[in-house]
Write a protein that binds this ligand. Sequence first.
Ligand code: ADP
Ligand code: ZN
Ligand code: ZN
Length: 888
Amino acid sequence: MLLLFFLSFPKGICFPLGPRNPIAQQQHTDAHDTLNFVPLFADVALPVPLDRAFTYSLGDLTPEIGARVLVPFSGQRLLGVVVALHDNPPSPEVELKKIERLLDDAALLSPELLELARWIAQYYCAPLGEVLRGMLPLTAEVRRHWVYRIAEQGRNVLYDGANRGSSRRSKLSPEDQNREYAVLNYLEPGESAKLTAIRSATGANKAMLDAMVKKRWLLREPLTEQRDARRLETVAVLLEPNDASEADSGVPGELARWGGKRIPKLNDNQLAVMAELAGCGGRELLRELRSRLSRRGVPDSTLNTLVRRGLIRLEEAAQAFHVTSLATHGKRFAHEHTLNESQTEALASIVAAMQRNTFAPHLLYGITGSGKTAVYVAAMQRALANNKSALLLVPEIGLTPATAAQMVAAFGSEVALLHSQLTPDERAEQWHRIRRGEARVVVGTRSAVFAPMPNLGLILIDEEHDGSYKQEETPRYHARDVAVMRAKLLGITIVLGSATPSLESWNNADRGRYTRIEMLQRVQSRPLPIVEMIDMRAEFRETGQEQLFARQLIEETQSTLDRGEQVIILLNRRGYSFVVMCRSCGEKIECENCAISLTYHKHSDETDLTGPARVGARLECHYCGFRRGVPSHCPKCNSEHLFFLGAGSQQGEERLQELFPGARIGRMDRDTVRTRGDMERILQRLHSGEINLLVGTQMIAKGHDIHGVTLVGVVGADFALGLPDFRAAERVFQLLTQVSGRAGRGDKPGRVLVQTYQPDHYVNQFARKHDYTGFAAREMYFRRAMRYPPFAALANVLIQSERLEEVLAISTQLGKWLAANRPEIVRVLGPAPAPVPRIKRIYRYHLLLKSERRDALGATLRAMLAHIEASGIPRRNITIDVDALHLM
Ligand code: ADP
Ligand code: ZN
Ligand code: ZN
């Protein structure tokens, strides 16, 4: 779809701000410079939901385009980015303000990234300032301070007081009254001041100042100020036996091979701390460790005791991604393989493209286990050898320690890893490292697409179909598509890799816009697993009961475990039961804030140290996090006949424990995986064989390369086929294929059992045959007939408000406006209630716009935004989602 747009680029593109081509503009200002052009004004993009930049006068500042500035904006100070310099004064009715401070001597954003930002703003109908805010992860450098300033009323008090002496009616002591006057006197000249300054001058404390703010004598306002990003952080290290002062007890060594016996001298809490640290390879960020211990109820003091006893050492480490262990579980690193024939061909095609130095988009269709990672690594090595830098994007969950370890092993300190769990400080640190050219390999999740890499020569997108590349808040960009645009602007090679490419990318390859590379064999000619459907309708007939696990799955799980192999079972819902229903009135118990059924979570009584935090039984909303106790009676009709429907992963785990008492069971879902560390620990235990049966949600399907797994079971995945979303079939196919791909990656072949009520559904049939191509052809037929992506561009316009009347009024008005003003080539569906009509107390309606002409769709959306502004509809009530992935 993106490329539909490319066809008209750059002719058809019209940047909302400034000239058509910012690179040309850059040259333009340079030319001016030589003629002594002195700009008087700057257009500044601000992170506010308004689709334009704001003009400020420069005073004697001389910023570059792409530098950050502090400017006054409706009573606040905001951090913005200079996007244009000129000498056209704004219209006389607007009050012209001055830039307050220039934060960067030189442009922080390269012309290339600035141009990319403009493209995103245009394409996704997002305010440029908000796009830039996401590109510059530098909030860590700007800390907010509160400052106080005298208010009009404060002056009056001061002047009146001077005339009349202190007020007798005041409840304050004379000392405090005097202090208040001292504060007013101090601030009287009009400059704002920080609490610390006021306190040392007058002795007033914060409570007093805040009371004065309440009386409207003072104003309290935020002041943004620059500071340095922190560069060090503390790591807790488990000491080796011979390092430790209590070496003779042998305690840490025992723990390093955790699973061992109970150690004397340590109490339970101390043991828990040692085990936790041992479980993550003996090294962990102190704050990570602290947060995990507090979840287990271990007091902070325990850790300190162990540090005092010399069993754990705290050390300052340079800020970086902490690759806690480089263990490969007996496998080789990606860069150590000798590439096989299809890997070599794939690499040759990418390398040849790199040598041409032009925009060269590739789709690497490589089945699960075909060894795509080794190809990425080899291609990145080639880029470095040519003095270029390389960017690898991975899905949110894909940046596991295993991936990180692969990259660190191959590229050492040249790698910067960017993921969502970095603190703002860490992010800023990495950002600067990358910009200085110290990290020529960047591996990261979605927003890493903006990594400020000098001399970028290659972009790789792993699992390009993954939904986590789409940002679900403004700006709602798709990192894959942004990456393609970035590659186009730079004229470089980009490779999108997947075993289940998105239909958008597959279509682009079909049309010759992308070069298709195929890797259709698993490495070392390992076979793909045999996939078998279990008809759950027959299971019901034969057993007379609804079954969570079919008999065949139970039998084969047992025999697999008996052979010493591992099993993964997908149950793609978390919690215990996902519906609680009343038998008397038929109502489902819904969230107070959302039109969504609450999920029942059972009390977790796991004693296992690495299990989830203990939380009591509850009903929970998976949209807003709302929790309530489990009622004994129906909240609507007070009947006591409540029943619990639909099994989630927690129930799956419980049933498996009953069925296989000897199995070593683990669970992977968002209740057990809250941090990167949790994920790592579960995977470690799976690799080591400590877990031999893993149940979990779609997290378990993502890329993991565990050689002992020979059986995969899929439970209840076809439920999602019924969802009201045209991508439902594509998603289920991807999930089935990806989870099947976890089986048989080692020496022994794998098997997959899919429980389904629709064994003949084409999704199941194509998945059974590992026939992505067949599935894509079938699905394309449907998309074309229905004019859905990739055969039309689509945008979802959401209208949201806490007040239903307001939603209805705006929806109706926009519906009418579109009916009257849309070009014929743009189709409009709705307005209608969104499939989830209320989330977090906000009512939701939507309009769906579709068109075979992306430019027409974009123009219609922009005209609609102009209408929205002109007619005074609050912009915050409108969300535009171009290329929406979820229509819910
Ligand atoms: P994919 O991402 O395509 O599913 P991976 O990149 O995870 O596959 O590779 C699958 C497995 O094959 C890994 O264990 C990897 O170490 C191994 N592997 C990769 N290339 C080779 C090769 N040329 N020879 C042998 N094993 C390889
Ligand atoms: Zn009821
Ligand atoms: Zn809710």
